[in-house]
Design a binder for this molecule. Structure first.
Ligand code: GLU
Length: 285
């Protein structure tokens, strides 16, 4: 069985213990399977990406003992590929331009609460549909582009994915009604950005022939979006493995701003890579 996985950090801050756990878990799994571990730089959001953080990522991961094939894929080098994927979805009549501000979305949602669904999905507040009937011909550079979920879920045949992570192991089928009510019209492209995270991650995983996506449990609910986009774009669906999250003493998930737990801080304090493995609960290598 081939096993190709990746670790895909965004260079928007220092890597912390949660990133170390994610990268080491994916790397260990690839080693155990005689597979390949890719590093990918998720710098689609150029307003937040910084070269300084990208350099620090290479440095911290090498220090941890990881290695990966070069050249590294960087999203900012592949904008035409995301554009082409977006164009394919548009050609299928599955996209619409949206000019709603966050505030307008809040107000519309408050005035017309959805029946049976949730208020928030993996992509934030469920979009109330204000711009859904706009045609793509009316799109301006200020608009975001959304997926028309009700149309998108009209697939020929069932869609499912396999999860091997500890919390949700098994086969998960996509439920059209559930996608409409608890995910909604997700954003595919943002102002000033070629593509949203959801669209770019799907294109990247296919371009790198990723067979196993290993990432944090916080992205489990977004996986349905990715599997749906893979179906719509005729791309293969990898196996997914969502690992536990590393939390601080109060149970909160670590964030980029948790500089205190940055790998660079531990390095400066004289900790070793084996210390880091121990701190995140991984066996010595
Ligand atoms: N850049 C994304 C993140 O850091 C990657 C998520 C993924 O692995 O799909 O959350």
């Amino acid at each position: 069985m081939s096993f190709i996985t990746r670790f895909a950090p965004s260079p928007t801050g220092p890597l912390h213990l949660g990133h170390a756990f994610s990268a080491l878990t994916a790397h260990d799994m690839a080693c155990a399977e005689g597979g390949i571990f890719h590093l990918r730089i998720d710098d689609i959001d150029q307003s937040r990406a910084r070269a300084q953080w990208e350099d620090q990522i290479y440095d911290d991961l090498a220090w941890l003992g990881l290695d990966w094939p070069r050249p590294v894929r960087r999203q900012s080098d592949h904008l035409p590929e995301y554009r082409a994927a977006l164009d394919r979805l548009t050609a299928k009549g599955l996209t619409f331009p949206c000019r709603c501000t966050r505030r307008a979305i809040e107000e519309a949602a408050a005035n017309a609460p959805q029946e049976g669904g949730t208020e928030f999905g993996p992509d934030g507040r469920i979009y109330p549909g204000t711009c859904r009937n706009r045609s793509m011909d009316t799109a301006t550079p200020e608009d975001v582009i959304r997926l028309d979920m009700a149309r998108a879920v009209d697939l020929p045949g069932p869609a499912a994915f396999t999860e091997t992570g500890p919390e949700h192991a098994g086969t998960h089928s996509l439920d059209p009604q559930d996608l409409i009510q608890t995910v909604g019209d997700v954003v595919l492209a943002r102002r000033g950005m070629g593509a949203s995270y959801h669209l770019s991650v799907v294109v990247d995983d296919a371009a790198q022939a990723i067979t196993h996506v290993v990432r944090g449990a916080d992205l489990f609910t977004a996986t349905r979006i990715h599997v749906l986009l893979q179906r719509l774009l005729d791309l293969p669906t990898p196996v997914y493995h969502h690992h536990r999250l590393i939390r601080d003493e109060s149970g909160k998930r670590l964030a980029k701003r948790d500089d205190a737990r940055a790998i660079a801080t531990y390095r400066a304090e004289g900790k070793t890579p084996q210390d880091i493995r121990r701190m995140v609960g991984l066996p010595a290598s």
